[in-house]
Design a protein around this ligand. Structure first.
Ligand code: BGC
Length: 862
C-alpha cells in the first residue's frame, strides 16, 4: 500500500484535530472596538500599573474594567509554578521527534494543565537556536535549524493557544549562551540574524499568532532586547505585524524611558522601571508619549479579550490535575524523541527471554532525571526512573541489579584525605578582604574541603559569620599510586552547582589548575592530571564567596578508584548492562553553562563497564551534544534520551526491548570534539586585558576544555555566521560524530523516486517515496535539503527546507510531497532589508540526515 503525505493530506489532517477547546478570537474590528472602549475607562495611573507584573507571576487585576489578575507560569516542559504537574520531555527531545503534530498534542496537554491551574500565560516555548553543546539551556530549545525549530514551535503554540492559554515565545533574540547571560552581547550580522536566529520567532508570530513574546537577557549587538527598538519595533511589530504583548524576561529591564520607547509592553516580574514614578515625569517631560502607553495597554487588553479572559473564569472545570491522557502524551514524547545513535551488530532490541540478569549502573539510573535545571523544571506527581522503568518491565521475567557506580560529590569530597603539618586535615584561613591580603583574622583546622566542614564558621541560620570575605584552604595530598587523578571543584552546597557568583582558584604545587569566574551560577569543574606515586602535592584552594553563604568543595581521587566494586561485579554477571549517565538539573541548567564532556567520572565508568561486559548499552541524559570521542568506540549501543520527562524510564524499557521502534532524529549536530566545533573560536567572549594586570590571568573559564584567561569581553562575535552546525560541516573536510537529522531504527528504510516539480510563482513541489524495507513497523523522517545558488552572496552548501515524518508497516511505501515556497528559495538581502531570490542552479538532496542524502537532483531558478 502506498500512503501519500504532503500538503493536501496535511490540510485534511488539520480537520481531524479535536475541535478546539477555547481557540482565541481572531483579531477583528469588533475586538478592537471593545479594547478601545476598555482603554477609555482607564486613568493614566491605571494604564501605567498595567505595564508591570505583580506577585512574581501576575498581571495585576483592574476591577474598574473587570479585568481579573492574569496568572502566568513557566514553561516549556510543563506547568511549573502552581504545584505539581505532569513533566513532559524537554525541548531538544521534542525537536528530536521531528513531529509538529506531536508538538501540537504536547502543547495542548500543557495548555489544559495550565487552564486547570488558572494560568493565562504559559512562558513557552523557547526557540533559541543551538550553537554550542556547552550552552546551559539547550535542553529547553528546539535545536540548530530554523525550519525544524519553527515547525515544532508552531505546533506547540497552536496546541497551547487552542486551550485558551496565551503562549509566550522566548527569548527574543539570539540568546544562545548562558554563562554571564545578562552581560554577554550576541554580536551578529543582519543576514545571519534573519536567516538563522529569527525565523522560529517569525513563524510563531506569523503562522501561530503567538500572544506574547519574551525579550531575553543578553544584549544583541550591544543593546539589551528590552530597549532594542530595532528588534521589538522594526522587526517584530512592523515587519512581522505582531499585535500581542512584548514582555521582559524576569529582571531584564534596565531603563524606563528606553524600554517604553522600544516597544516593550510589560515588565516582569514587577515594575522596577515601568512604574508611575518613572513614567509620569517622563510623560510630562515629553520623553514618552501617552499614545505609546496606550499602545502597550491595548496590546495587553487585546490578548485578554481575544483569549476570553474577561468573559470566563480561567480555571477550567472538570480537569483532573494528574491524568492518564497527559501521562500518555508525556510517554509518547519520550518514545518519539529518543535517538538511537549506535547499535553495533543489532545488539538492540534486547530479547526479554534471553535477558535473565540485567545490570543497571550509573548516577542517572535513579532517581529519575526527567529535566534539566532552572525555570523549566516542573515537579511531577511521579517520575519513572531508568531503574524503575526497567525493573517494572522485567518484573517476574528477569533480575535487575543496580549500583550507582560512582560516588556522589559529597562522598567524594568527604573521602579525600589531606594532611597539614603532618596531621590529618586542612588549614582554613579567613580573610577580611576579598584579595587574601595581609594576615588572616582567623585560622582553624577542618577535616576536608566540603560544605560540611564549614560548621565552625557558620551562624545558626547557616550563613557565614560576619566579616568573612575570603577563605584559603591549604593542605597536602598524597597520591597512593601513579596514574590519572580527578580534581573536582565546586561551589555548590546540597545542590552541586554554585548558586551565587562565587569565584575560586585551585593551585597545585604552585600551578593554578582551575579558576572559576564569578558568573551567575557554576557547574562543578572536573580536571584530570597524571600524577607520579607518593609525591605529596601542595594544595591551595582560594575561595571568595559573593554572598553570606558558601559551599566550597574540592575532591581528589585516583580515577582508578572511582568505579565501585559492586558495579564491576554486577556488570560481570549480567546478560546486558545499561549504563545510565549524562547531565542532570545540577549540571545542566539555566543560568550557567555546562561541560561538553560528561560529568566527572562517567567516561571512566563507561569504559570500565564496557571492558567487563561487551553488551553495554549507554543511555544518555543531556539537552545537547556530548563529547563522546573518548568512549564511543568502546560500547556497542548508545541511546540518547535527552530529558525525557516523567515517563522516561517507562519509554526506555519499551525502546530497549523493542516494543517501540526508536525513531528520534538529532535536532543538532554532535561535534566530535570541541576543537572541531564551528563555534570554537566564537562561543566564548574574547579575554580582555584589564588595567595594569593586563598580562595576569584574572579568571579562566573552561567548560568546553578551552582554557580562557583574563576577564572577558562584553561581546561574542558570531564569526561563523551562517555556518553553524551542519551548515558548516556540509562544506568542510571535518565530519561530525553524529550529523544533524541522524537517528537509527530497528527497521530499515529506502528512499526513491525523487521528483522535482516545475517552479512557478509560488515555488515548487518536491516529492519522493520512502519504503519500509525492514521487518518491523517504524517511523522515518524524509529530510529535504537545498543548496541555493551563490551568485550574489555565499550560501551554505545545503540547508533544510522541509521534512515529513511517516510511520510505516513493513513493506509499506509512503509518497511524500513537500512544498518549497519562494521565501525558502531566498536569502536575506541586507541593504534592501528584504528576501531576494538569486538565479542559478539549486541542488536538491533528500535523505535521513544532513550527511546521508541518497537522492539528489537539481532545478534552475531563472
Ligand atoms: C527565565 C525565563 C523564565 C522566567 C520566569 C527567567 O529567569 O529566563 O525563561 O520564563 O525566568 O521564571
Amino acid at each position: 500500500m502506498v500512503l501519500s503525505f504532503g500538503i493536501a493530506v496535511l490540510a485534511a489532517f488539520a480537520v481531524h484535530i479535536e475541535a478546539a477547546a477555547q481557540s482565541p478570537l481572531p483579531d477583528t474590528p469588533q475586538v478592537e472596538a471593545r479594547v478601545n472602549a476598555l482603554l477609555s475607562k482607564l486613568t493614566l495611573d491605571e494604564k501605567i500599573d498595567l505595564l508591570s507584573g505583580v506577585n512574581k507571576f501576575y498581571i495585576r487585576s483592574m476591577p474598574s474594567i473587570g479585568l481579573p489578575a492574569l496568572r502566568m507560569s513557566d514553561g516549556p516542559m510543563g506547568v511549573r509554578e502552581w504545584g505539581h504537574s505532569t513533566a513532559y520531555p524537554g525541548g531538544s527531545a521534542l525537536a528530536a521527534t521531528w513531529d509538529p503534530a506531536f508538538a501540537r498534542q504536547m502543547g495542548a496537554s500543557i495548555g489544559r494543565d495550565a487552564r486547570a491551574r488558572g494560568v493565562s500565560f504559559l512562558l513557552a516555548p523557547g526557540v533559541n537556536i543551538y550553537r554550542a553543546p556547552v550552552s546551559g539551556r539547550s535542553f529547553e530549545y528546539l535545536g540548530e535549524d530554523p525550519v525544524l525549530a519553527a515547525q515544532i514551535a508552531v505546533g506547540f503554540i497552536d496546541g497551547v493557544q487552542e486551550q485558551g492559554v496565551i503562549a509566550t515565545v522566548k527569548h527574543f533574540a539570539a540568546n544562545n549562551e548562558e554563562y554571564n547571560r545578562v552581560e554577554v552581547s550576541s554580536d551578529l550580522d543582519q543576514r545571519t540574524l534573519h536567516e538563522l536566529y529569527l525565523p522560529a520567532f517569525e513563524a510563531a508570530v506569523r503562522e501561530a499568532h503567538v500572544g506574547a513574546v519574551m525579550d531575553g537577557y543578553n544584549p544583541v549587538n550591544g543593546i539589551h532586547p528590552t530597549e532594542n527598538a530595532a528588534l521589538n519595533c522594526a522587526i517584530l511589530e512592523k515587519q512581522w505585524g505582531f499585535r500581542g504583548i512584548v514582555m521582559s524576561d524576569w529582571g531584564a529591564v534596565h531603563h524606563a524611558v528606553a524600554a517604553a520607547n522600544s516597544c516593550l509592553d510589560l515588565e516582569m516580574p514587577s515594575g522596577e522601571y515601568l512604574n508611575r514614578n518613572n513614567l509620569l515625569p517622563a510623560i510630562r517631560a515629553g520623553k514618552v508619549s501617552v499614545a505609546i502607553i496606550d499602545d502597550k495597554v491595548r496590546r495587553i487588553l487585546r490578548e485578554a479579550v481575544e483569549f476570553g479572559l474577561f468573559d470566563r473564569p480561567q480555571p477550567a472545570p472538570n480537569r483532573n490535575l494528574d491524568n492518564e491522557t497527559d501521562r500518555k502524551v508525556a510517554l509518547q514524547g519520550a518514545l518519539e524523541g529518543a535517538v538511537l545513535l549506535k547499535n553495533q551488530d543489532n545488539l538492540l532490541p534486547l530479547e526479554a527471554s534471553k535477558t535473565k540478569v540485567l545490570a543497571v549502573i550509573g548516577p542517572n539510573a535513579t532517581p529519575a532525571v526527567y529535566a534539566g535545571g532552572g525555570s523549566s523544571n516542573v515537579t511531577p506527581y511521579a517520575a519513572v526512573s531508568v531503574l524503575s522503568g526497567l525493573t517494572d518491565y522485567l518484573a517476574g521475567k528477569a533480575e535487575v541489579e543496580y549500583d550507582r557506580g560512582l560516588p556522589d560529590l559529597t562522598a567524594l569530597s568527604k573521602a579525600t584525605e589531606y594532611t597539614f603539618d603532618g596531621k590529618p586535615g586542612v588549614q582554613l584561613q579567613l580573610f577580611a578582604n576579598a584579595n587574601f591580603q595581609g594576615t588572616p583574622f582567623r585560622t582553624l583546622m577542618v577535616p576536608n574541603i566540603d560544605p560540611g566542614s564549614m560548621a565552625a564558621i557558620l551562624k545558626q541560620d547557616g550563613t557565614l559569620l560576619a566579616g568573612i570575605q575570603a577563605m584559603r584552604f591549604t593542605a597536602n595530598y598524597k597520591p597512593h599510586s601513579a596514574g590519572a587523578y580527578l580534581f573536582l571543584t565546586s561551589g555548590g552546597g546540597s545542590q552541586a552547582y554554585a548558586s551565587g557568583q562565587d569565584k575560586y582558584t585551585l593551585t597545585v604545587n604552585g600551578n593554578r589548575i582551575v579558576s572559576q569566574a564569578p558568573f551567575e551560577q557554576q557547574a562543578p569543574l572536573a580536571t584530570y592530571r597524571d600524577l607520579p606515586a607518593a609525591e605529596p602535592l601542595a594544595i591551595q584552594f582560594d575561595y571568595v564567596p559573593m554572598s553570606d553563604r558558601a559551599y566550597p568543595r574540592l575532591a581528589i581521587s585516583a580515577t582508578a578508584d572511582l568505579v565501585s566494586q559492586r558495579a564491576r561485579e554486577i556488570a560481570a554477571k549480567a546478560d546486558a548492562v545499561v549504563v545510565a549517565v549524562g547531565f542532570d538539573p545540577s549540571t545542566e541548567r539555566e543560568g550557567m553553562d555546562r561541560s561538553f564532556n560528561l560529568p566527572y567520572g562517567q567516561e571512566v565508568l563507561i569504559r570500565a563497564i564496557a571492558r567487563i561486559n561487551p553488551k553495554t548499552i549507554v543511555v544518555l541524559n543531556g539537552g545537547a551534544g556530548i563529547d563522546m570521542h573518548g568512549w564511543v568506540t568502546t560500547v556497542p549501543a548508545i541511546l540518547d534520551q535527552w530529558y525525557p520527562g516523567q515517563e522516561g524510564g517507562r519509554a526506555l524499557a519499551q525502546l530497549l526491548f523493542g516494543e517501540y521502534d526508536p525513531e528520534g532524529k538529532l535536532p543538532m549536530t554532535f561535534d566530535r570534539t570541541w576543537d572541531e566545533s564551528p563555534v570554537r573560536h566564537s562561543y566564548y567572549a574574547k579575554p580582555r586585558a584589564i588595567g595594569k594586570d593586563a598580562k595576569e590571568p584574572t579568571f579562566t573559564y573552561n567548560m568546553a576544555g578551552a582554557m580562557l584567561t583574563g576577564r572577558m569581553d562584553r561581546g561574542v562575535n558570531y564569526t561563523e555566521g551562517l555556518l553553524n552546525g551542519y551548515r558548516y560541516y556540509a562544506g568542510s573536510k571535518e565530519k561530525p560524530l553524529f550529523p544533524f537529522g541522524f537517528g537509527l531504527s530497528y527497521t530499515a528504510f529506502a528512499f526513491g523516486h525523487l521528483h522535482v516539480g516545475s517552479v512557478n510563482s509560488n515555488g515548487l513541489d518536491i516529492s519522493a517515496d520512502i519504503t519500509n524495507t525492514g521487518k518491523r513497523e517504524g517511523a522515518e523522517v524524509l529530510e529535504l535539503y537545498l543548496g541555493l545558488p551563490s551568485r550574489h552572496v555565499p550560501m551554505p552548501e545545503r540547508e533544510l527546507k522541509g521534512f515529513q515524518k511517516v510511520r510505516l508497516a513493513p513493506g509499506q511505501i509512503a509518497h511524500v510531497t513537500l512544498h518549497v515556497d519562494r521565501r525558502d528559495l531566498s536569502y536575506y538581502n541586507v541593504p534592501s532589508q528584504s528576501w531576494k531570490l538569486d538565479t542559478g542552479e539549486v541542488r536538491v538532496y533528500v535523505g535521513d540526515s544532513a550527511s546521508d542524502t541518497s537522492l539528489t537532483g537539481s532545478f534552475k531558478l531563472q
